[in-house]
Design a protein around this ligand. Structure first.
Ligand code: 4AD
Ligand code: MG
Length: 462
């Protein structure tokens, strides 16, 4: 078993000998002793280590003990006389592994901007905030799996390389091993994809949904949780080119069941983080987004508002507010509209349903009005859309009609259409952007700070 500082900090001090490893956060040298705070990333707080300079071999090491240095310390765990911590370690043996010269180590004891930290993504997990984000992200993944596993869902691994456009929006990165440098300049239509690795044009997937539907129509309730890719050139604080998505898919389930599941799911994972990451949540609550933890407690106890798109548009039209993008029936909601609805009108998460079919994906079930589809987006304060989902069109001919209307490559969807020929059932699902959820829970402003190595336009370092 490994020793973690988070466990040591909770241990009853009985002069036991312990050994601990980590990186020095801060150090302070006085006449007789040297103090330093050691972190191993297992929790926000570090362990205070004290070194008695009367011991010559220890005193000789003091000049080396500064911020960023990696060490192992062995010593006696005692109750700390200082008020800041319950226990501290009186070092008896110290090994220094690696120096971090003060004149070149970028992480000094001061607050660094998140922009600067993005440039040093190889070192930023050693900071308090990025460490806390990382622990929340890890715990959240676990909570997501727990939720679905407890509900009897099967975890399905959907492919990352795909020959069909799951959203029909064309925002895909191509995957090829053709010598593109030799092809560039020629007319794209002439590229012979039968010579390409897969014998056809392929892309990084934008969503695992279509393949998840295959498995839902066999195992009833399934979910995927994996990386997805979008070549949309939106340079915003809510968009990434590579992000993680959780996509449950449920057979014998209509839109109402889908919405109920999404609400229960969000509340479950939020509650789990409040309970299991309380120390990290205190940091976010105090320093990143004041009151974020308290607002989440309210969300867990709230009932999400259900609002048809048409009513949402009415709300926006009668708003006494100038929007950058004017609204009328048929336009997509922009994040300013989503924020207005959630922050100013309803002050809680809002599920908008029944969007116009022209602004939603081809696979959504058509309503009888001929104009709208059984879509649902969950909007939250501060962020806007966090979940997008729908009931799926289970009628073969209607689905085919939509694919043709939108001029999509019909032949790419043959298997998807065939699911509607053989044992079709009403079914529904949704996609939750994992990074948006982490932003929501932590209050972090920029999506690039809640994923270890952000990928966005012109950004692929590390
Ligand atoms: O609304 P979207 O595009 O829906 C789908 O992909 C469906 N196939 C989901 C389904 O029904 N199974 O994306 C779902 C969510 C969005 O609500 C948003 O949270 C997130 O994915 N998302 C992004 N997150 C970060 N960067 C981007 N570029 C994102 N695009 C979507
Ligand atoms: Mg969407």
């Amino acid at each position: 078993m490994q020793t973690y500082i988070k466990d040591i900090l909770k241990t009853e001090p009985e002069n036991q000998i312990i050994k601990v490893q980590g990186w020095i956060r801060t150090s302070r040298d006085t006449k007789n002793v040297c103090f330093f705070e050691l972190s191993d990333g297992s929790c926000l707080k570090g362990l205070q280590v004290i070194l008695d300079k009367a011991e010559d071999s220890l005193a000789a090491l003091v000049p080396e003990l500064h911020t960023g240095v990696s060490i192992e310390a062995e010593g006696v765990l005692v109750a700390s006389p200082g008020g800041n911590q319950a226990v501290e370690l009186q070092a008896k043996n110290l090994t220094v592994f690696g120096d971090a010269p003060a004149d070149t180590y970028p992480l000094q004891k001061k607050r660094h901007s998140f922009e600067f930290l993005r440039e040093i993504a190889h070192l930023r997990p050693r900071t308090n905030t990025i460490g806390a984000v990382t622990r929340v992200r890890s715990r959240m993944s676990f909570a997501i799996h727990s939720f679905f596993q407890n509900q009897g869902f099967q975890y399905v691994h959907t492919p990352i390389i795909s020959a069909s456009d799951a959203e029909g929006a064309g925002e895909m990165f191509q995957v090829t091993n053709l010598p593109l440098d030799k092809i560039v300049g020629s007319d794209a239509k002439e590229i012979d994809y039968t010579r390409d690795f897969f014998g056809k044009q392929t892309h990084l997937t934008v969503s695992g949904q279509l393949e998840a539907e295959i498995y839902a129509l066999a195992l009833k309730n399934v979910y995927t949780f994996g990386p997805t890719f979008r070549a949309e050139n939106s340079n915003t604080s809510r968009h990434l080119a590579e992000f993680w998505m959780i996509e449950p898919e449920m057979a014998f389930c209509a839109l109402e069941g889908n919405m109920a599941m999404a609400e229960e799911f969000l509340k479950y994972v939020i509650k789990d983080i409040l309970e299991n990451c309380s120390e990290d949540m205190e940091l976010f609550n105090k320093w990143i987004e004041k009151g974020v933890a308290d607002s989440l407690v309210k969300v867990v106890d709230s009932k999400f508002v259900h609002l048809p798109y048409t009513d949402a548009v009415d709300e926006l039209i009668k708003a006494k507010k100038e929007f950058e993008y004017p609204v009328k029936w048929g336009t997509d909601l922009q994040s300013e509209h989503e924020k207005y609805l959630t922050e100013e009108v309803f002050k809680c998460p809002v599920i908008v349903t029944d969007y116009p079919k022209d602004i939603k994906a081809f696979y959504m079930k058509q309503n009888d009005d001929g104009k709208t589809v059984r879509a649902m987006d969950i909007l939250v304060p501060r962020l806007g859309e966090i979940i997008g989902g729908s009931q799926r069109e289970e009628d073969h001919d209607k689905l085919l009609g939509r694919i043709r209307e939108l001029d999509l490559h019909e032949e790419d969807y043959w298997w998807y259409l065939e699911l509607r020929k053989f044992g079709t059932v009403p079914h529904s699902g949704f996609g939750l952007g994992f990074e948006r959820l982490i932003q929501y829970v932590t209050g972090m402003q920029n999506i690039r700070d809640v994923i270890p190595f952000p990928r966005a336009s012109k950004t692929a370092e590390f």
